[in-house]
Write a protein that binds this ligand. Structure first.
Ligand SMILES: [Zn+2]
Length: 111
């Protein structure tokens, strides 16, 4: 059974208007869903904040690692590299800088 995903509510969410949704992020190449992500507020996905990655389990909690120990994020099905780890200075927040057009997104319905 799939684990129930609960949206995070914190200062980052409030800073973006307090509205969030869950997205399935698909690899552009093979369409595999490689991450479930909480997107706060409007706008495009230019970066993936590590603290907003909800699944898979092995990619959850990366924000607690040293940035130097975080590997580029890639599709676990075909190996396509989607983004590179960095620190988003404005918020001092760990994230992946996403390559342009690397991701296709779709809305994930909350059960
Ligand atoms: Zn892929």
């Amino acid at each position: 059974m799939e684990k129930k995903l609960i949206l995070k509510k914190d200062k980052y969410k409030s800073a973006r208007g307090g509205y969030s949704r869950l997205l399935n992020l698909h690899c552009r190449k093979c369409k595999h869903v490689f991450v479930v992500y909480q997107k706060d507020g409007p706008g495009n996905l230019r970066r993936l904040y590590m603290d907003r990655i909800m699944a898979p389990e092995k990619l959850v909690g990366l924000q607690r690692k040293n940035i130097k120990d975080v590997l580029p994020i890639k599709c676990d099905n075909c190996g396509f590299i989607v983004g590179m780890p960095y620190i988003y200075q404005k918020e001092k927040r760990k994230a992946f800088r996403v390559f342009q057009d690397a991701i296709v997104k779709s809305i994930k319905k909350l059960k």
